[in-house]
Design a protein around this ligand. Structure first.
Ligand SMILES: Cc1cc2nc3c(=O)[nH]c(=O)nc-3n(C[C@H](O)[C@H](O)[C@H](O)COP(=O)(O)OP(=O)(O)OC[C@H]3O[C@@H](n4cnc5c(N)ncnc54)[C@H](O)[C@@H]3O)c2cc1C
Length: 470
């Protein structure tokens, strides 16, 4: 059991500019990389007489627009894959939430640009050769190198996009949706070669072809290295195993994991891993769980609410079970702090990373406030650890229980329905300008608090969050 002295972390300097500079530099690198490759494809199009063809106002105009949309779409598809490859520059630069949002945005644009590419190229060729559009489309598929593969790839990409539309996705089990989503990789793999075999920009330039193949080779290597090799190597090196499983609240479970040199995983409070417990069939399905305790010691702790098969299995784990991890990921860490005070708001299992942060971050008694939102007191996770933080570190803990308010989208429960959300935040924390605010919980709940924080005058750069959803 932790004592008062083990809970108090070694003091670390606060507000060091370097703490904020690191994420900014990563972000700058990530954004520069994306822009550099995007400008390269634009340059490729311009150097292939793109602008002249555009101004021809005939079939060539449509064809060259088709080339441009195809190039940009392929470049975005590349980023679709790279963003999910857990490449450090993107993980540190955008954080997992940012990467997920960008993946969705890039997916949307790459898909519609791909559709525009198909229509424009076909129409352009049909106008130039005075052929019917459908005849031209048929010719493309059957007579041009790589086009049959590209057609199959496009069909797979359409499948991925359709099943990712929110309404369709809600009907699918997460595992089914995820499996279908993986077909996107195959779709991309099938769609890309036709560019090199038939695309005017590539057939005319060996340099462009080498650049393109090189870029895709690097992308494939990133996927294999960061998503397969690194997790395997790390898990083998640290020999992680379950050491204890315990109940956490009415419907939660906590798992403690230990291994060799755990500190060398360089995990920080507020981050998460994707966990695989080698306890029998089905172990390949990874689940993301945040660290629920300060990871600087010899153990990693997670705490989960039981909501389905994967989380139910946690409760059945036996000490000694081997563990594989992917990570650490996420940037809701203390590095993002710029003020001295902390306001933490967590709903349900969202409290887990906030407790880890409160255990590891420096602050004076009374300078950290934790607000937890649960169905009832009994449902709360990490209650014993929160009570210890209140006693040992002077954390101020407020609870919000009960059902949601009957109307509106407020994060405030029915018991406090008469309160304006921004006013309630000010009442809880006083002068909000001195605080860094950490949020973790369902997306709509966090969006509602974010709105109220902004209304209460909190700068966006002071609000740090992680969504428990992909
Ligand atoms: C970054 C992050 C950190 C998280 N940290 C915690 C935590 O500390 N404690 C906690 O209780 N929960 C956490 N979650 C949520 C947790 O991952 C899901 O509740 C869990 O995976 C559900 O699996 P299941 O099989 O029990 O339930 P299911 O019935 O299979 O799924 C319930 C819902 O959980 C989500 N989900 C399922 N599998 C996954 C997966 N592999 N990846 C992402 N989402 C999935 C889906 O939205 C699904 O609708 C976190 C999620 C994310 C994205």
């Amino acid at each position: 059991m932790a004592t008062l002295s083990t809970l108090a972390p070694a003091p670390r300097p606060l507000s060091a500019p370097a703490r904020r500079l690191r994420p900014t530099l990563w972000r700058l690198c990530a954004v520069t990389l994306i822009w550099a490759t995007s400008l390269f494809v634009l340059a490729l199009w311009v150097s292939g007489a793109g602008i002249q063809s555009l101004l021809a106002f005939d079939g060539d105009t449509l064809t060259t627009l088709g080339r441009l949309t195809g190039l940009v779409s392929a470049n975005l598809l590349l980023y679709q894959v790279l963003l999910m490859a857990r490449v450090p520059v993107f993980e540190h630069g955008f954080g997992r939430d940012g990467v997920t949002r960008l993946h969705r945005l890039v997916g949307f644009w790459s898909f519609w640009l791909l559709m525009a590419h198909l229509v424009l190229i076909t129409a352009g060729y049909a106008v130039t050769s005075h052929t019917d559009v459908l005849v031209q489309a048929w010719d493309f598929v059957w007579d041009y190198p790589g086009m049959l593969l590209a057609t199959a790839g496009t069909a797979l990409l359409i499948l991925v996009v359709v099943t990712s539309i929110r309404r369709a996705r809600r009907r699918l089990r997460y595992e089914s949706w995820h499996l279908l989503h993986l077909y996107g990789y195959l779709g991309v793999g099938l769609a890309i070669p036709h560019m090199l075999w038939t695309g005017a920009d590539f057939t005319a330039s060996a340099g462009a072809t080498m650049y393109w193949w090189g870029l895709w080779a690097v992308t494939a290597a990133c996927v294999l290295w960061f998503r397969v090799a690194v997790p395997l190597i790390r898990s083998a090196r640290h020999g992680l195993r379950v050491v204890a499983v315990s109940r956490d609240g009415q419907d939660g479970v906590s798992v403690r994991v230990a291994g060799r040199d755990v500190h060398r995983l360089r995990a920080r409070a507020g981050q998460f891993f994707i966990w695989r417990f080698l306890d029998g069939p089905g172990w390949t399905r990874g689940h993301p769980f945040s660290l629920a305790a300060d990871p600087s010691g010899s153990e990693l702790v997670i705490s989960a609410r039981r909501v389905g098969d994967g989380t139910d299995r946690l409760a059945e784990l036996r000490p000694g079970t081997r563990v594989m991890v992917e990570g650490p990921y996420g940037h809701m860490t203390g590095e993002r702090r710029s003020g001295s005070r902390l306001l933490m708001l967590g709903a349900g299992a969202g409290v887990a990373p906030l407790v880890a942060l409160l255990e590891s971050e420096p602050y004076a008694p009374g300078e950290a406030i934790l607000v937890t939102r649960d169905h009832s007191a009994g449902h709360g996770l990490r209650r014993a650890e929160i009570d210890r933080l209140v006693l040992a570190r002077g954390v101020v803990h407020y609870t919000l229980h009960g059902r949601r308010a009957a109307s509106g989208t407020s994060w405030v429960p029915a018991t406090h329905a008469q309160w304006d959300g921004a006013r309630l935040l000010q009442r809880i924390a006083g002068d909000l300008s001195a605080y860094d605010v950490y949020l973790c919980g369902p997306i709509p709940w966090m969006q509602s608090i974010r709105r109220d924080l902004r209304r209460a005058g909190v700068d966006a750069s002071r609000i740090h969050s992680e969504a428990f959803a992909v």
